[in-house]
Design a protein around this ligand. Structure first.
Ligand SMILES: Cc1cc2nc3c(=O)[nH]c(=O)nc-3n(C[C@H](O)[C@H](O)[C@H](O)COP(=O)(O)O)c2cc1C
Length: 180
């Protein structure tokens, strides 16, 4: 366990930024396995592991998937996509299973960061989830939850913002703002 104040996880959480432009370079098999394992080791209700992942590196598939989203430029520019699905046939509670899948996706994004890779969580693509299932030859019990576009980041400064903690956290009861 890291000592208090030395946590790499917290640094990675705070420094991760969505990356939408990638170098033209494949992601190694070793790194893909590390990313998948990080997703798979997320917590899940009853440990039912409701996620299913499809690793997509085939250029023709990436091109076809890019046509399913407004963010086609991000998708075609990525050497790797990881599509994450809920296996509805192995779901015990839809809300909790989707929460677990969110944890798996965030684990994968953080792992990309640790590996010197970058990624972005693509949600808008869910508008065409049936078409993605068709392209990837998925059975209908697999419901698309997200696609991650992953690759080596093109170097540039990436910033983001968050609301102040006292806007979204409360002390003892709703309405009493949390003071840092
Ligand atoms: C559920 C979800 C859906 C998202 N969908 C998209 C998307 O379709 N396209 C995109 O460019 N970014 C998408 N993002 C990334 C967010 O825009 C990004 O996380 C947010 O702006 C904060 O920036 P940061 O990740 O750099 O901190 C999505 C993020 C989440 C969690």
């Amino acid at each position: 366990m890291p000592k208090k104040g030395e946590s790499k996880v917290i640094d990675t959480i705070l420094n991760r930024r969505s990356v939408r432009e990638f170098m033209d370079k494949p992601v190694s098999k070793e790194d893909i396995n590390t990313i998948l394992n990080a997703g798979h080791w997320a917590p899940s209700g009853l440990n039912n592991q409701p996620w299913r992942f499809i690793v997509i590196q085939n250029q023709e598939a990436i091109q076809r998937i890019s046509e399913c989203t407004h963010y086609s430029g991000i998708v075609v520019g990525a050497p790797l996509l990881i599509a994450t699905f809920l296996d509805t046939e192995n779901s015990y509670n839809r809300t909790k299973d989707i929460e677990a899948i969110g944890a798996a996706i965030q684990n994968m994004l953080l792992t990309c960061c640790e590996l010197g890779l970058g990624g972005v969580w693509l949600g808008e693509i869910l508008n065409k989830k049936e078409k993605i299932n068709y392209i990837l030859e998925c059975p209908s019990n697999l419901e698309l939850m997200s696609a991650l576009a992953i690759g080596e980041p093109i170097p540039k400064e990436r910033t983001s913002t968050r609301k102040a903690l006292n806007e979204i956290a409360f002390d003892d009861k709703y309405g009493t703002r949390w003071e840092e």
